[in-house]
Design a protein around this ligand. Structure first.
Ligand SMILES: [Zn+2]
Length: 60
C-alpha cells in the first residue's frame, strides 16, 4: 500500500533556507519521532517517516 506516498506527492515541497530541517509529521496520530533532514545536496529531500518533501531555497 502506497496511497499515503501518492497523496503526499500532491503536496509541493516545503521551501526552506536552512541547511537542516526537522520533521515530526505534525501533532496527533499523523505524527512521528522528530527527525532531522540535511538539505546540503540539491533537489528534494523526503522525510523517511511521512514523505513530506523539503527543498533548500538558495539566496542569490
Ligand atoms: Zn515527517
Amino acid at each position: 500500500m502506497n496511497w499515503a506516498v501518492n497523496l503526499i506527492a500532491e503536496v509541493p515541497p516545503n521551501e526552506v533556507t536552512e541547511r537542516v530541517v526537522w520533521c515530526d509529521g505534525g501533532s496527533g496520530p499523523e505524527g512521528h519521532p522528530k527527525v532531522f533532514i540535511n538539505l546540503d545536496k540539491p533537489g528534494d529531500h523526503s522525510c523517511g517517516y511521512c514523505g513530506l518533501r523539503f527543498v533548500k531555497k538558495d539566496h542569490h
